[in-house]
Design a protein around this ligand. Sequence first.
Ligand SMILES: *[C@@H]1O[C@H](CO)[C@@H](O)[C@H](O)[C@H]1NC(C)=O
Ligand SMILES: *[C@@H]1O[C@H](CO)[C@@H](O)[C@H](O)[C@H]1NC(C)=O
Ligand SMILES: *[C@@H]1O[C@H](CO)[C@@H](O)[C@H](O)[C@H]1NC(C)=O
Length: 451
Amino acid sequence: MELARPSRKTNGVGVQVGDTQVCVVMVGLPARGKSLIAQKAQRYLKWLSIDARVFNVGNYRRKGAAQPTADFFDVNNAEGERVRRAAAEAAVNDMIKWFKHEHGIIAILDATNSTKSRRRWIKDRCDSEGIETLFVESKCDDEDLIMSNILEVKTTSPDYKGQDPEKAAQDFRNRIRNYEKIYETIDESEQDLTYLKIMDVGKRCIINAIQDYLQSRVVYYLMNLHIKRRSIWLSRHGESMYNVTGQIGGDADLSPRGEQYASKLPELVMQSFEGQEHPLTVWTSTLKRTIATARHLPKEWNQLQWKALDELDSGVCDNMTYAEIAEEYPEDFEARDQDKYNYRYRGGESYRDVVIRLEPIIMELERSENILIVTHQAILRCIYAYFMKEDQERSPWLNVPLHCLIKLTPRAYGTEKVVYKANIDAVSTWRGKGSKALHEDPTEETESLAK
Ligand SMILES: *[C@@H]1O[C@H](CO)[C@@H](O)[C@H](O)[C@H]1NC(C)=O
Ligand SMILES: *[C@@H]1O[C@H](CO)[C@@H](O)[C@H](O)[C@H]1NC(C)=O
Ligand SMILES: *[C@@H]1O[C@H](CO)[C@@H](O)[C@H](O)[C@H]1NC(C)=O
């Protein structure tokens, strides 16, 4: 059995990235969603097994000035200027070290100073190291969007932790004013730069001089992002007959308890609204158990079936129990436990394969607003790993209990998670490493999505 080993050159996307190394430089005033874009891009790339890291100049600056006031950001404040410049240099130096010694592929430089001379400085530094640059400007003059971003940032940014929200918002507005004095948008005089200019959060985009596949991949992802507040609901199908018998794969119907969950799901979703109405779109796989689980949801909610949301294909092991697999294919059983993420079932799929087929789903999720996904354990683990930045070594072992609804809300600094339990019994379908047991209970240490 050949296992697909990840390497720097042929990674998870099946892309030959060659020796390409790209520095993505964020450009824009504060409260334009730069940090959010930077973090999302990193999360997406890592999810695809492309090594990516964010170098946030603000974090370097905070080491020298933890919670500075707006005066600090005044162009005439010499001390502030010195600290900020040192922070930018430290960040760029660390980034270059990372490219050289750790063979990073994509660095995202998240900084605020947006002047032409600063862009030139970064490009020259990168050019001399053989690193490509891709400037990503988020330009937004929509006052409402800026305000809602300020509200988001002042409640979650480390710069304002524990401070009076009103004062923090005022200070932040002043800080923006100081940056506005020197801000220079990317313009015609910089046509030799590779850039993506996103205006008013994706209403209009300008793309200039994209050089290769990796860059175009990043650009395509970023063009699909929006920053409107929304949530994503995740649920497995209700307990199936196969879960009762401990078989995997197949296309079984719901068990009686699975039917109970399907009946209760609409109520659970309403409860998760917490007073606010949300228009929802429901996505299921093409298998009976997810469609049946979603069938009592309100008729006015659009429902879409995606083949890409079907359960991980277990190939020749389809319809077998884990004990049967261990008996019939002992080496495979062992190999899967050793490297569950890369292990590919004979004639079937690995988690890595699933991630690749889920990519269009993630892209569509990014474009969409409120979506409820009713799908399968392995698929849910992969989608969850994307939003929660879970490690690929760990994600295939996450415990996703049946009969609970997970609500994820992406925020500027991370994703919020709330779990709603239906309190309908189900078998545990989690299996520990090395175990053949069917319905064994997860141990205390197992990370459960329901916590
Ligand atoms: C921004 O960068 C330019 C060029 O590196 C520098 O001259 C200027 O002082 C910086 N301004 C601020 C406010 O950091
Ligand atoms: C639960 O049952 C479905 C089939 O109905 C199967 O695809 C899935 O793998 C089962 N889950 C586990 C962990 O046994
Ligand atoms: C598993 O069972 C289903 C019917 O439930 C069948 O369509 C499928 O071919 C079976 N898979 C294998 C590998 O035998």
